[in-house]
Write a protein that binds this ligand. Structure first.
Ligand SMILES: C[S@@+](CC[C@H](N)C(=O)[O-])C[C@H]1O[C@@H](n2cnc3c(N)ncnc32)[C@H](O)[C@@H]1O
Ligand SMILES: [Zn+2]
Length: 283
């Protein structure tokens, strides 16, 4: 059974051949690469929403070099310990080019209960690149503001640096399910920011809360990255600071032989409450 729901009428979607469709005959073709576009044009706020191709390429290049592997390993280890013994369905929101999604899928494939991993992003170029490389994940183009998943379908959601809609998370995650988030800590990429801003403001430590979820666990992960100038320039391109940085900041960074930079990630786990959950049927 798939967890997808029709973005137009909200009935469940089933796959037949290469087409996902609902009982009302709304149809969504799988692209050649295997992903499905569940973002109807009327829900698009811009023509090319999400990260652009250049940001996506920079992110892939940087992630492929392994600089965020400690984060990936930590997150996957954490989720692996949370998985119930049965089959599970997890979603990576704002999955980008699929770096973390694929590692999560590998963990679920080894999980005795098995299961399915979904990756969702609003940027078609990122989803296309993700689907082309990672065939074991179900990727879709959609917005995190309207998740194309049925109510209480998911055992968990992973959200790494991506926007989300808390009401949609509480609708789609099962009671007792989890949300795992990664956000930047106060010193994240301090040295990179020092290249852009005359005075670096430490990232404020924000206490987040989501209605319908209880915070269960918080940990931080920080380490020093030793980058080449080219890698530092790629890192800049995949961050929101790239908007602010003048061209010459990137050019000067890429000429450096070596650039040391701190990471500081905050990893949080929330558990979906059961109290306000009313099942559709009592059967
Ligand atoms: C900073 S990137 C993080 C990507 C990936 N999680 C990673 O850490 O490599 C944020 C991602 O969120 C996506 N995004 C932005 N707005 C979105 C939305 N409304 N719905 C779904 N994805 C969105 C972007 O396209 C981008 O891929
Ligand atoms: Zn429909």
């Amino acid at each position: 059974m798939s967890c997808y729901q029709c973005p137009l009428c909200h009935l469940p979607l089933t796959l037949s051949g290469n087409v996902w469709s609902c009982e009302r005959q709304h149809r969504f073709d799988c692209a050649r690469e295997g992903y499905v576009n569940l973002l109807p044009v009327q829900f698009k706020r811009s023509k090319v929403p999400g990260d652009n191709q250049e940001m996506m390429r920079s992110r892939r290049e940087f992630l492929d070099a392994g600089h965020y592997q400690p984060l990936r390993d930590r997150v996957v280890e954490l989720i692996r310990d949370l998985l119930p013994a049965r089959s599970v369905d997890w979603l990576d929101i704002g999955c980008g080019e699929g770096y973390y999604t694929a590692a999560l899928a590998a963990a679920v494939a080894e999980h005795p209960g098995g299961g399915e991993v979904y990756g969702l992003d609003i940027a078609k170029t990122a989803v296309r690149a993700a689907a082309r490389r990672y065939g074991q994940v179900r990727f879709c183009v959609a917005s995190s503001q309207r998740l194309p998943f049925t109510d209480a379908a998911l055992d968990g959601i992973l959200r790494i640096y991506a926007p989300c809609n808390p009401a949609e998370m509480s609708r789609t995650v099962k009671p007792g399910g989890r949300v795992v988030t990664v956000t930047p800590g106060p010193r994240h990429l301090y040295q990179l920011k020092a290249r852009i801003y005359p005075q670096v403001m430490l990232h404020p430590f924000k206490d987040e809360s989501f209605d319908g979820f209880t915070a269960k666990h918080t940990q931080s992960l920080g380490y020093r990255m030793d980058l080449t100038g080219e890698e530092a320039a790629a890192l800049l391109q995949m961050t929101p600071f790239a908007w602010r940085a003048a061209q010459d900041v990137t050019a000067r960074l890429s000429e450096l032989a070596h650039f040391a930079c701190e990471t500081d990630f905050i990893i949080r786990v929330w558990r979906r409450d059961a109290a306000d959950y009313i099942p559709d049927s009592t059967v």
